[in-house]
Design a binder for this molecule. Structure first.
Ligand code: TYC
Length: 101
């Protein structure tokens, strides 16, 4: 009997799903000084000066600009933190996050 036993040799290969990514978006307003926007991009998102200037100008002229892409949790954390720092200084500067298409 024992030698007629069969074994199910089907293997399940588990693939690690990649976490969905979220964009952090900088939103334009009429009140926050340009140099403050550049400073916060450098300090909170580790963006180099020239790139920070480019992101700020794009948001300023087009209404918004993608700053960077992170996992959901990090994107939300960073946009909330940067927005709060601006609020503390009395500026209406807004960072939001949304899923990448
Ligand atoms: N529009 C602001 C000004 O003219 C500067 C600014 C740029 C503010 C980008 C927010 O996301 C922003 N002072």
């Amino acid at each position: 009997m024992a030698d007629t036993d069969t074994k199910n040799r089907t293997q399940t290969v588990l693939k690690t799903a990649k976490p969905p990514l979220y964009k952090v978006i900088l939103v334009n307003d009429d009140f926050t000084p340009r140099d403050f926007v550049v400073r916060i991009l450098k300090a909170e998102f580790r963006v180099p000066e020239a790139q920070a200037l480019g992101i700020m100008l794009t948001a300023h002229t087009k209404g918004s600009c993608v700053v960077a892409v992170f996992t959901k949790e990090i994107a939300e954390e960073k946009s909330n933190r940067a927005t709060e720092i601006a609020r503390d200084k009395g500026y209406p500067l807004l960072f939001t996050s949304e899923p990448e298409e």
